[in-house]
Write a protein that binds this ligand. Sequence first.
Ligand SMILES: [Zn+2]
Length: 61
Amino acid sequence: MRRLYDRCIRCGARVPWGRSVCRSCNPAGLPAPSPSQYHATVFISVLLVLTGMAVFFLLRA
Ligand SMILES: [Zn+2]
């Protein structure tokens, strides 16, 4: 089981789960490399599934 927090990749401070840098290292809240990549992958997967379902239902109708 994974811990519920992560470590800042820049300074090592404790950061909320899913974040790769802490607030002081990333004040603007810009997307950090690894989590944003992960979210993009998830987003694209969801989009593909939704598109596939839409096509499926359109073909069935
Ligand atoms: Zn930091």
